[in-house]
Design a binder for this molecule. Structure first.
Ligand code: CA
Ligand code: CA
Length: 119
């Protein structure tokens, strides 16, 4: 009897804890982050597909958008390139993709970083 009661009690407590955990803002942010990450991943998959279908070398497209030279794309150049390939994509998502591509976080995506992510 006592054992059963304890088991029930701890089950109730676990459910309460679980609900509290789900409801905490911290956890909600975590869910948002996971959601956001997969959205970026999906967009990168789409980007790869679109680039392959272009029928021109990726690096040729990359260079076309390197307006100020230098061999790398800053965030606005990069965004322009993505939006050329995926016109319906949001600027916000482009920025998230840019952050993902800019591996050394120097504020530019160079050809190396670009190819590493795209191939
Ligand atoms: Ca540039
Ligand atoms: Ca970089």
């Amino acid at each position: 009897m006592i054992k059963n009661f304890d088991a029930e009690d701890s089950l109730d407590l676990n459910i309460d804890e679980a609900i509290k955990f789900i409801q905490t803002e911290e956890h909600a942010t975590e869910i948002e982050m996971i959601k956001g990450k997969s959205e970026v991943d999906d967009a990168i998959k789409l980007l790869k597909l679109k680039f392959r279908n272009l029928g021109v070398p990726m690096i040729q497209v990359f260079s076309k958008f390197d307006n100020n030279g230098g061999g790398d794309l800053d965030c606005s150049e990069f965004t322009a390139m993505i939006q050329e390939v995926i016109p319906e994509i949001t600027e916000e998502l482009c920025h998230a993709i840019f952050d993902d591509f800019d591996l050394d976080k120097d504020g530019n995506v160079d050809q190396d970083e670009f190819l590493r992510k795209m191939l």
